[in-house]
Design a protein around this ligand. Structure first.
Ligand SMILES: NC(=O)c1ccc[n+]([C@@H]2O[C@H](COP(=O)([O-])OP(=O)(O)OC[C@H]3O[C@@H](n4cnc5c(N)ncnc54)[C@H](O)[C@@H]3O)[C@@H](O)[C@H]2O)c1
Length: 383
């Protein structure tokens, strides 16, 4: 029988209850949910009772010192990722971490280098590489379905402080979440949240898997809704200011005349039209036909356009469950047990964080800026 990897989780908030804890429990043949930690008294204990974890803590240092967890999943606020990731790695534990790895490129670089120097595994969320639609899109493009990709367009909006709208956008299978929502107003604060940290990684992981590192970045980033009212959680009804850009347009240059157009915003959390479209010299691939519909449509140019049409490719969702989004920990567990290379690339996440950093700088300076980071994708994805 395969050995079990002992797992700890720090930050038992929205996303922990949304899918991570359930995913670890469902991965019970390889993972053991050993310890949970949250600074709010009683929160980790309540989740430990619900999900069957052995121990609960309010301090990460104590959890690391008094348990034998081999891997720790960091699910705290973005500005805390650096401190918590560093603590985990310095204690010699493997790291799974939600996006972004840290709130600054310098801090994130330190974390990735620390993991590499210590020979510890680092799995960077989100697990887009495993999503069936993303994999199908990669396979179709590799097979030449749309010819040479010349441009990518991607659009994503959300509104995390209004849980009902947010749930509606993500899909009805999240209605089962019965935990009280947290105060998510931090997601709108400069240096802490905003769509660039929250949404842009989802948008840039698939195209950078296909086209590789981005060479240059140009952007407009502003605040469209300076004052908001929280729609859910302990802060429901409270007015708060938006200080992180909530309205961002990026132009990306992959070199060799290949371009990207990206919109990331905290505007009403829905949109019509595909999440991502790839434009090639022989067709178009539309990935995800709107909020919560995970499908692919292919438009191929045939015989001078006379027979050209859109066709659906594969089934929507393809068995993809909300817990499959938890690959940053389930895949990490598998890689520890099998001593395999992690596919959720920390170097790719670092590159995307540099692009995000350049968005702010390009917006401030009004010009295109070159990237300096690069990455190579690890080997073939597991079947
Ligand atoms: N909310 C979502 O739908 C969603 C989806 C995908 C990814 N994410 C990512 O997940 C991460 C967490 O987001 P969230 O929405 O769950 O946040 P959240 O605010 O709901 O939860 C954060 C938790 O961390 C706890 N915490 C704060 N300081 C702590 C400390 N010092 N030690 C231990 N615990 C501490 C808080 O009490 C809270 O329970 C972020 O990186 C976010 O980008 C969120």
């Amino acid at each position: 029988m395969a050995r079990k990897v002992s797992v700890g989780v720090v930050g038992i908030g929205t996303v922990a209850e949304l899918f991570y804890l359930e995913a670890i429990v469902k991965h019970g043949d390889r993972a053991e949910l050993t310890a949970l930690c949250d600074v709010v008294p009683g929160r980790a204990q309540a989740a430990a009772d619900k999900w069957g974890a052995k121990a609960a803590f309010t301090d990460l240092g104590k959890m690391l010192a008094s348990t034998d967890v081999e891997a720790v999943l960091v699910l705290t606020k973005h500005s805390q990722h650096y401190e918590h990731a560093k603590q985990v790695l310095e204690a010699g534990r493997h790291l799974g971490i939600e996006k972004p790895i840290a709130a600054t490129i310098e801090q994130a670089t330190e974390i990735v280098e620390l993991a590499e120097a210590r020979g510890l595994k680092l799995a960077a969320a989100p697990a887009m590489a495993f999503e069936p639609v993303a994999r199908r899109a990669e396979a179709l493009i590799a097979d030449g379905a749309i010819g040479r990709v010349a441009a990518v367009r991607t659009h994503m909006t959300a509104n995390p402080a209004d849980r009902e709208t947010e749930w509606q956008r993500i899909g009805p299978n999240l209605a089962r979440i019965d935990t009280p929502p947290t105060d998510q107003t931090w997601m709108y604060q400069a240096g802490e949240g905003g769509p660039l940290f929250d949404l842009t990684p989802y948008q840039l992981i698939p195209p950078t898997r296909l086209l590789g590192p981005i060479r240059r970045v140009g952007a407009l980033a502003g605040i469209a809704v300076p004052e908001r009212v929280s729609g859910s959680g302990p802060a429901k009804g409270q007015r708060f200011a938006t200080t992180a850009p909530d309205n961002v347009v990026m132009l990306l240059d992959w070199g060799e005349d290949r371009f990207g157009m990206v919109y990331s915003g905290y505007l009403p959390a829905n949109f019509r039209g595909p999440h991502t479209e790839y434009y090639g010299d022989a067709g178009v691939l539309a990935v995800n036909g709107g909020a919560g519909v995970d499908n692919i449509e292919l438009y191929r140019t045939v015989t001078g356009g006379r027979e050209s049409r859109w066709e659906a490719v594969g089934e929507p969702n393809d068995g993809w469950d909300v817990v499959d989004r938890a690959g940053a920990i389930t895949h990490l567990v598998d890689c520890i047990a099998d001593d395999a290379e992690v596919q959720l690339s920390a170097r790719q996440a670092l590159h995307i964080l540099e692009v995000i950093d350049l968005v702010h700088k390009s917006n401030a300076g009004g010009r295109f800026l070159p990237t300096t980071t690069t990455f190579e994708l690890p080997g073939t994805l597991p079947a």
